[in-house]
Design a protein around this ligand. Structure first.
Ligand SMILES: Cc1cc2nc3c(=O)[nH]c(=O)nc-3n(C[C@H](O)[C@H](O)[C@H](O)COP(=O)(O)OP(=O)(O)OC[C@H]3O[C@@H](n4cnc5c(N)ncnc54)[C@H](O)[C@@H]3O)c2cc1C
Length: 477
């Protein structure tokens, strides 16, 4: 590839675009290896943390090793999720109504079927088979009740960042397989089990900042153009200011990478997949809320604070005593009413006192899209990062953000100061096996495919066949 020769001396060693968890973990790793490097982080929002949001709570399980080592590095101890409310019941709309039992039954069967089939999918294998339907089609083919359908459609959208009609079955399975499985994702986004560790996002960001005392961070600075020269990269922000660096880490989700202008143009291998055929549904955004009360009103009614409504999708959990955190999926025009909708739903379940929170925060952002084949290799001096953009063992989760951030840091150091990269860093940097799954037996696989539709179809088919044989037999005698 022909790269233009620039005539500047780069002002920075490394420029990190995006101050989400992956960008910040790159900065911490680079500084831990070589504190004298000239480093800058630019962020398009007015706050740090990206998807972590403000005042939120995040969970990790003991398998997210990279995340646990990173927490150790920034000297933050995750605490075990509060378990005194685990004996109380959850408040899910799926548990209510006449159709609740069959809806939950078919949903469990469907989830188990996908989990059983997941052994065939690998995180990096996105080889699409044309005959396989998109996820909306697949869900509607296998689930009969609207509650169970809505649950799955919402889950696919949260995990992949776009409506289920735009997600191929193979892609969804590959993504789930790289996040520890579908049940694990349901735990992260809906169940919040007490076996998880809990981290306050505010504390996490603060501990990271404590490790980055002398690093320049520019907020409200959105990268729009990336020019690749032979010995450096030049990034231009939306106000025309130019940053030059020997290496650039793009710690932003892939849908945002696609919005940047690249000079020379980005190679075909990095281009987005072709848009799906047919009409596209409008993309939804996610609002994360945090509501503090003087008392846990839900506990008085016998609820644990774990809340789920599938239409509209609102999920919540008790984080600290008397505090409820969670998120809502909605269209961008409903942004102003999102918090009101959440409070109304909570008030219907837990009483009118829920309408008067003492503390109230809401933060809306786009969903990160994870639809493309994850990137691993840098493009010359441009290094990809972000949990939804590169191949990690915990794609679209915090473990993935940290793993991608640390890997990007090692790649950047390799460009600017190779002598500080040790063999240990290279080993850490290697893609870790994303939990190869044992394959299941043929019979278990076949039984897992039974659902309300095909059981009804096969029953009628067998009964019809018996009736025809009977008819033929009685005519013959
Ligand atoms: C509601 C919700 C709950 C979650 N719960 C969990 C959980 O319990 N456990 C878990 O492990 N994971 C959870 N996750 C996932 C986890 O939060 C994310 O995977 C992680 O925070 C992603 O970090 P990131 O740095 O890869 O991306 P981001 O956080 O999206 O960071 C990207 C940053 O880049 C900035 N940016 C984008 N474009 C530009 C540009 N052109 N110029 C400059 N800056 C730019 C953005 O503003 C953003 O700050 C959850 C996610 C959500 C939405």
């Amino acid at each position: 590839m022909d790269l233009p020769f620039g005539n500047q001396t780069p002002e920075l060693d490394v420029l990190i675009v995006g101050a989400g968890l992956s960008g910040l973990s790159s900065a911490v790793k680079i500084l831990a290896k070589e504190s004298t490097l000239r480093l800058r982080v630019i962020e398009s929002n007015e706050t740090l943390g990206g998807q972590l949001g403000e005042n939120g709570v995040r969970f990790i399980d003991s398998e997210q090793q990279d995340m646990l080592s990173f927490l150790n590095l920034v000297q933050l101890n995750p605490r075990q999720r509060r378990s005194d409310s685990s004996s109380l019941k959850r408040c899910w709309d799926l548990d209510r109504g006449l159709t609740s039992l069959p809806a939950k039954f078919e949903l469990n069967r469907y989830i188990n079927m996908l989990e059983l089939r997941m052994s065939k999918f690998r995180s990096k294998r996105f080889n699409l088979r044309e005959r396989v339907a998109n996820m909306e089609h697949h869900i509607c083919q296998h689930l009969y009740f609207s509650k169970s359908r809505n649950f799955m459609l919402n889950l696919v959208e949260i995990v992949c960042g776009v409506p289920a009609s735009e997600v191929d079955y193979d892609v969804f399975m590959s993504i789930c397989s790289s996040c520890g499985g579908l049940n694990m994702l349901i735990d992260f986004y809906c169940n919040y089990p007490s076996s998880f560790f809990e981290i306050s996002t505010q504390q996490l960001i603060q501990s990271i900042l404590d490790k980055m005392h002398f690093t320049g961070i520019t907020l409200n600075c959105k990268a729009v153009k990336v020019e690749h020269f032979k010995n450096y990269v030049q990034v231009t922000d939306d106000e025309g200011y130019k940053f030059t660096a020997e290496a650039v880490i793009l710690a932003i989700p892939w849908n945002k990478v696609q919005k940047l202008e690249f000079v020379p143009p980005i190679p075909k291998a990095f281009l987005p997949p072709p848009a799906p055929k047919g009409r596209q549904k409008p993309h939804r955004v996610i609002s994360q809320f945090h509501l503090g009360y003087g008392k846990s009103f839900w506990a008085d009614l016998g609820y644990s604070g774990n809340f789920l409504n599938t239409q509209p999708m609102v999920s919540g959990h008790e984080s600290r005593m008397s505090t409820i955190c969670g998120y809502m999926l909605h269209s961008p025009d409903e942004q102003d009413e999102a918090l009101e909708t959440v409070i109304n739903l909570l008030a219907t379940e837990f009483g009118e006192d829920m309408r008067r929170p003492l503390e109230c925060h809401c933060f809306t952002d786009e969903l990160n899209v994870a639809l493309h084949k994850p990137q691993i290799k840098p493009w010359l001096r441009i290094i990809w990062s972000s949990s939804s953009a590169v191949g990690t063992s915990y794609r679209s989760l915090m473990g993935g953000a940290v793993q991608s951030g640390v890997r990007a840091a090692v790649n950047a150091l390799f460009v600017v100061r190779p002598q500080v990269v040790s063999w240990k860093d290279m080993l850490d940097d290697r893609e870790k096996g994303s939990g190869e799954r044992a394959s299941t037996g043929i019979l278990t696989g076949l039984f897992s495919r039974l659902n309300l539709y095909n059981v009804t179809f096969y029953s009628f088919f067998v009964l019809g066949l018996i009736w025809l044989l009977n008819l033929g037999y009685s005519r013959a005698t």
